[in-house]
Ligand binder design. Structure first.
Ligand code: 7PJ
Length: 282
């Protein structure tokens, strides 16, 4: 067992993992609401984050680059211009930790200086300079599996054994991070639902989630409003609330310690109720 503290120190703010943690998604992109209400401009972003915190979010994940299938790349400066004013405002208005959702070292450095205390990287610190930047910043990191790049990742993804291959990748990235000087207790792993995966791959990973945490490393899972809900139930983005809550609950029951969600209040209700049942007689 790797020594995993039940509390992550996020740049002076704590993220407790003694119970499941809820990460609220805050997409700050200029194409406001163009992706079905999932993106906000920086004026709308701050009140939305405060609302998520009020609803029970344990950490807010601020992102300035869309990583949806087919999304185009943005420059580091564009990302910085989008996220830094929001991080600064949230750092002064909230007491919970702030996560920066980025793959770019310049954005990581600027965001942590502005008050972010957690790095969520869908590319698992594989961009040039990212692992060194994260090691120096000494904040917790989420390493996510992705097959390919966002622009092309959903073009017929294939695996021999998706659970084994995702597990090997995550373990290799974890080892590389520890060798680069990142504290093993600061590492969180994520199978990356929908990132170069078919619906069957996603379902297999969700069933066998616990196989991905053999070393006791906390798992983060993002299934909120994802397109598997369209494939499985025919739901459009604005119809995916109930299915998303169900998937978050299944993820927690199968071993996820952090769930990344858009709909904080209903997810929180479901998970807190399940935890109370699972805790047994008090
Ligand atoms: C994830 C993410 C995820 C982590 C996105 C969306 C796509 N970061 N960023 N895990 N998904 N760690 O929210 O639909 O699953 S963007």
């Amino acid at each position: 067992m790797v020594a995993t503290d039940d509390v992550l120190d996020c740049n002076g703010r704590t993220l407790a993992l003694t119970r499941s943690a809820i990460m609220g998604v805050l997409n700050v992109t200029p194409d406001s609401f163009s992706d079905g209400g999932r993106s906000l401009n920086s004026v709308d972003a701050v009140p939305h984050a405060l609302e998520m915190a009020e609803a029970g979010a344990d950490i807010i994940d601020v992102g300035g680059e869309s990583t949806r299938p087919g999304a185009m790349q943005v420059s580091a400066q564009q990302e910085i211009d989008r996220v830094i004013p929001v991080i600064e405002a949230l750092h002064s208005e909230l007491a919970i930790p702030i996560s920066i959702d980025t793959s770019k070292p310049e954005v990581m450095i600027t965001a942590v200086a502005a008050g972010a205390g957690f790095i969520n990287d869908v590319r698992a610190l594989r961009e040039a300079g990212a692992i060194e930047a994260a090691a120096k910043l000494a904040v917790p990191v989420c390493l996510m599996h992705m097959l390919g790049e966002p622009r092309t990742m959903q073009n017929a993804p294939a695996y021999h054994d998706v659970v084994a291959e995702v597990g090997v990748f995550l373990e290799a990235r974890r080892t590389a991070c520890v060798e680069a000087g990142i504290d093993a207790r600061h590492i969180v792993l994520d199978p990356g639902f929908g990132f170069g995966k078919t619906v069957e791959h996603n379902l297999q990973l969700l069933r066998d989630l616990s196989a991905l945490a053999p070393l006791g490393t906390p798992l983060l899972v993002g299934l909120s409003r994802k397109s598997m809900l369209k494939a499985l139930l025919g739901l459009e983005v604005d119809e995916r609330l109930h299915g998303s809550v169900a998937l978050a609950l299944i993820a927690v029951q199968n071993g996820a310690r952090i769930v990344r969600v858009h709909d904080v209040a209903p997810t929180c209700q479901a998970i807190r109720l399940w935890e109370r049942v699972a805790a047994g007689p008090q």
